[in-house]
Design a protein around this ligand. Structure first.
Ligand code: AMP
Ligand code: MG
Length: 306
């Protein structure tokens, strides 16, 4: 993408989408956020364009920039002393589109520099530790982009809804999470927290699709229906997590996610805006280039003589 005007427009739009989706302090309104809405979508899309193919092409275009940022981040850590890293946290109910987002958006990056981790129910070893222990161990190292499919937020979501620990314990976790995230941010970790917001009706459609389609059936977990029965409790727990753990250091975004093509496009924009904000550049490399060139040239002659 050489055209500077096109590039500038792409960035401006990414920043705008990010601003629109950002949870404003203390005011998340999930019930008032339409999961089918499409904030920030450019009006100039070709009227007859199929939104899915439009989105695929756009995500590829945005992805080129994302990958460029990622490479600079990786290079800065590999060669310099830059310890910065990024972390994309994906939270959603079952069928919310976390896996699809990893495939479509995270897939635009070089797998070499990406560190993906999914969190399921804690193991016996993990349960014996503080709830942030397994999270800490899974954080991306310098230069990496980490992706969490679920996260420490499960410890104030599923754990709260199903009373897996006493109220007093999970209540104290919001402050613990805030301290943890603040420390990480001061240490050079750029965090992007995304809640994929799907509707009750859309979840039903997706669950039915999993039952109907033999290639999707393996994803169906009957236990997901127990969580579905507690939908309102989850929405309330999400609202609390988004309100209580939302800071400049670790901002939350709510992405309307009933339309997969919008979801992918929106997350790609938010990710791009974050990476651009990091002002990533290639590291200065101290090499004696003339001497190295000369050495390569002389080696060439040796080989040719043989
Ligand atoms: P999936 O993402 O579909 O593979 O499902 C992972 C399951 O692990 C979900 O049902 C989560 O609620 C559950 N899970 C993740 N973290 C925790 C946690 N800290 N405590 C209990 N269950 C969890
Ligand atoms: Mg579940």
């Amino acid at each position: 993408m050489a055209d500077p005007t096109e590039e500038r427009e792409l960035l401006q739009r990414a920043r705008r989408v990010r601003r629109l989706l950002r949870v404003k302090p203390g005011s998340v309104d999930l019930a008032g956020t339409d999961p089918r809405s499409t904030p920030g979508l450019p009006p100039a899309r070709p009227a007859d364009a199929d939104p899915k193919s439009w989105s695929r092409a756009e995500v590829a275009r945005i992805g080129t920039r994302i990958a460029a940022g990622q490479e600079r981040l990786f290079a800065s850590a590999a060669v310099g002393a830059d310890r910065r890293r990024a972390l994309l946290i994906l939270q959603a109910t079952d069928c919310g589109g976390k896996d699809g987002t990893v495939k479509s958006v995270v897939g635009t990056m070089n797998p070499l520099g990406v560190h993906i981790k999914a969190f399921g129910p804690p193991t016996a070893e993990e349960l014996a530790q503080h709830f942030l222990w397994r999270i800490d161990r899974a954080l991306p190292g310098a230069g990496y982009v980490g992706v969490f499919n679920r996260s420490h937020y499960e410890d104030v979501l599923v754990v709260r809804v199903h009373s897996l620990v006493p109220r007093k314990i999970w209540q104290a976790r919001y402050d613990q999470i805030n301290r943890f995230e603040q420390d990480l941010a001061s240490d050079g970790l750029s965090m992007i927290k995304v809640m994929l917001h799907v509707s009750y009706a859309e979840q039903r459609e997706r669950l039915l699709a999993r039952l109907d389609d033999p290639t999707k059936r393996w994803k169906f977990n009957p236990g997901d229906l127990d969580d579905r029965d507690r939908w309102d409790d989850y929405q309330e727990a999400y609202a609390d997590a988004l309100n209580r753990c939302n800071s400049k250091a670790a901002p939350w975004y709510v992405v309307p996610a009933d339309r997969k093509w919008y979801r992918n496009w929106a997350v790609a924009n938010v990710l791009l805006a974050h990476l651009e904000e990091m002002n990533l550049t290639y590291p200065d490399v101290a090499l004696d280039i003339p001497a190295l060139r000369a050495r390569l040239a002389s080696g060439e002659q040796e080989v040719n003589k043989r």
